[in-house]
Design a protein around this ligand. Structure first.
Ligand SMILES: [Zn+2]
Length: 297
């Protein structure tokens, strides 16, 4: 099955988790998603993915909007917090339950890690399990292979039979990231997801859930993941987004350079002006096929 494009007005989004400050990698995703939306004269939404309350921190939940505004990145609508949308996720779970796609799984995280398997290891499907001591999973094994047409990376195939049962609600009662993203993208009318290629594995789950919930398809543009110069994982603390006004324009130019975009001329000291010009010449084919990129100074 091929997941195709939609013909709706463009709605994009940036959806950070409030587990730390904005850093070069998250700023890159914010800039790219903003530019892609602005180039299409679309909307750009900010969604704070704070559903995992144990990992989310109030200080980052509050600060994203102000941090982004310093870079000229302002959402088209009021930002939304996933922690305030639990009723929507419960409704989605009820729809999946009505389709008999859900089952409880008591496999522990330790057991799953030992097997290197994200799916149920035992015969949990056939057992009556205590909701307080089991996770809720969806059985996606009946789905055919899914082909994602990524705008940068091209066609990518996922076989749900290899991945199988994704967790919908964790043992501790927390709604899974995958379900929340899919429900919110649909309710907010998101047409285009622009984010780091590190989230590519999640894309298969999310498309599978879109199918199971009969929600509209979205387009995907996965960005190269920033690495250190030697190719190692980016140090988020070493590349925290700058807080001084003087460093805003250099950080935006660095993001544009990493995305291989033309740097707007003449030079400007205004982030809004810089972004407006960059949106005119925005061209994602400049980084097509790249899943990783070393950070530029
Ligand atoms: Zn199990």
């Amino acid at each position: 099955m091929t997941h195709g494009a939609t013909a709706l007005p463009y709605v994009g989004r940036f959806a950070p988790s409030p587990t730390g400050p904005l850093h070069a990698g998250s700023l890159l995703a914010a800039v790219a998603s903003w530019l892609d939306a602005a180039h299409s004269s679309g909307e750009w939404l900010l969604r704070i993915e704070d559903i995992d309350s144990a990992r989310s921190r109030d200080q980052w939940r509050e600060s994203f909007r102000a941090d982004l505004a310093r870079f000229g990145l302002r959402p088209s609508r009021e930002p939304c917090l996933q922690s305030q949308r639990l009723a929507f996720y419960e409704q989605a779970i009820e729809r999946l339950r009505a389709k008999h796609l859900l089952f409880r799984c008591a496999c522990t995280r330790r057991e799953l890690a030992a097997e290197g398997e994200p799916c149920c290891l035992r015969d949990c499907r056939r057992r009556e399990l205590d909701p307080r001591e089991s996770a809720l999973r969806i059985d996606l094994s009946a789905l055919p292979t899914i082909i994602v047409q990524d705008r940068s990376l091209g066609p990518i195939a996922f076989d749900p039979r290899l991945h199988r049962d994704v967790v919908i609600r964790r043992r501790d009662g927390i709604i899974s990231y995958q379900l929340a993203v899919v429900v919110d993208d649909a309710l907010q009318g998101v047409t285009d997801v622009v984010r780091g290629a590190d989230l590519l594995p999640s894309t298969a789950w999310q498309i599978a859930l879109q199918h199971a919930l009969e929600l509209p398809a979205v387009r995907y543009l996965h960005l190269p993941v920033l690495t250190e110069k030697d190719g190692s994982k980016l140090s988020k603390s070493r590349h925290a987004a700058p807080v001084s006004e003087a460093a805003v324009i250099p950080a935006l130019l660095q993001a544009l350079g990493c995305l291989r975009q033309d740097l707007p001329t003449p030079e400007t000291t205004q982030p809004d002006e810089l972004l407006r010009r960059a949106a005119l010449t925005w061209d994602p084919t400049r980084f097509a096929g790249l899943a990783e990129m070393a950070i530029e100074d």
